[in-house]
Design a protein. Structure first.
Length: 362
């Protein structure tokens, strides 16, 4: 097959580190397709965009010519999917959705009620509807997102494919569990508002200090927040290369997420990759009640689920601290086994190729 990859934005955005996780996903899937003997071609949405970045004003003729040259076309996120679906009959299009965008941008508008965010929300309603209704197949990262497209847009389940964000199991190798009863927690990741880092800091500050916490990922814009974390006894580190950041888990029993409640309400289809990466490292998890990862944490018994907000996180961290070292190790082992089976590149790649073959009509 000849598989096109239409990514959001342009090369300059990638070089600036914008949407790095999304581009990393495309890299992994594209490389897997090439290794399997398929031809690929990477293009950028902005090559075809018109006024206002609206799908209807795109250079449809030019975009259709490129789509026609491919057997199937992966579109990385809602805007490029809408562009491609508007420029063609949509049958070849693979709409890859990490998180349904309507709820995400409604949440953004509610948090910052300005004209720009309102217009973005309206555009997202249009684009997600075009992409979800007209694309040949949809790939996404969670069972909740599969159900979202099935129920909201009446998509046949045969056209919906679960392609989780693959975890590099050679990079995220199991670390020996620290042999200390005093619990230690670690967060490594971004600092955007949806990560709940202020809640995590407040939770630690209001606790009894019977456990340790490390947070990695602060940048210059978050320096006041980093200093606040340090002032209450948290080991707070600026952004650093991945391999260096992962060393913080040598001293941790649990990987943490602190997702706020608003995200659980408006973005139920999301699935944070860090949850699987924590488990791949051989760590139990402590996560707030949001997304499918919370449900899986309870089902797999691979960690602790906490209520969102500072008070709930504080109670959850203290409860996790009382878990015996032996049970922490058992939680981590159960989680690692699940990730190895469900989040490998081979599993994600095979599921993506199945979606591509359906889009191509093979």
């Amino acid at each position: 097959m000849r598989i096109g990859f239409l990514a959001w934005g342009d090369q300059q955005m990638r070089e600036r580190g914008i949407s790095a996780a999304a581009f990393h996903r495309i890299d992994l899937l594209r490389n897997y397709c090439q290794a399997a003997g398929h031809t690929t071609d990477w293009r950028w949405q902005y090559e075809f965009s018109g006024p206002g970045n609206l799908a209807w004003f795109a250079n449809k003729r030019k975009l259709k010519e490129w789509i026609d040259s491919c057997d199937a076309v992966y579109t990385g996120s809602t805007d490029p999917a809408a562009h491609a679906a508007a420029a063609s009959n949509g049958k070849k299009i693979i709409y890859d959705c990490h998180t349904p965008a309507i709820g995400e941008n409604l949440m953004l508008f509610k948090s910052q009620k300005n004209l720009r965010n309102f217009v973005l929300y309206l555009r997202t309603i249009l684009h997600e509807t075009i992409a979800a209704r007209r694309s040949g197949v949809i790939t996404t990262v969670s069972d909740s997102a599969i159900q979202y497209f099935h129920t909201r847009f009446k998509r046949d389940l045969n056209d919906l494919f679960l392609v989780r964000n693959p975890v590099d199991l050679e990079t995220f190798t199991p670390l020996p569990m620290p042999q200390t009863e005093r619990a230690s927690f670690a967060y490594v990741g971004g600092m955007d508002r949806w990560q709940g880092i202020p809640d995590l800091i407040e939770a630690y500050a209001s606790g009894d200090r019977s456990f340790d916490l490390a947070i990695v990922g602060f940048d210059e814009a978050n320096e006041p927040l980093r200093q606040k974390a340090e002032s209450v006894g948290i080991r707070a580190f600026r952004r650093m290369p991945r391999q260096q950041a992962l060393k913080v888990f040598e001293d941790a029993h649990f990987g943490v997420t602190a997702t706020p409640k608003i995200c659980a309400v408006h973005m139920p289809g999301a699935f944070p990759t860090k949850w699987a990466e924590y488990l791949a490292l051989g760590r139990a998890v402590a996560v707030t009640r949001a997304y499918d990862c919370a449900k899986l944490t309870e089902e797999l018994k691979c960690g602790v689920v906490m209520e969102p907000g500072a008070a709930g996180i504080c109670a959850g961290l203290m409860a996790a601290s009382s878990i015996t070292l032996g049970e922490r190790e058992a939680m981590a082992q159960r989680g690692r086994s699940w990730v190895t089976e469900h989040c490998s590149l081979e599993r994600a790649g095979d599921q993506f190729l199945a979606a591509a073959e359906r889009a191509a009509g093979f």
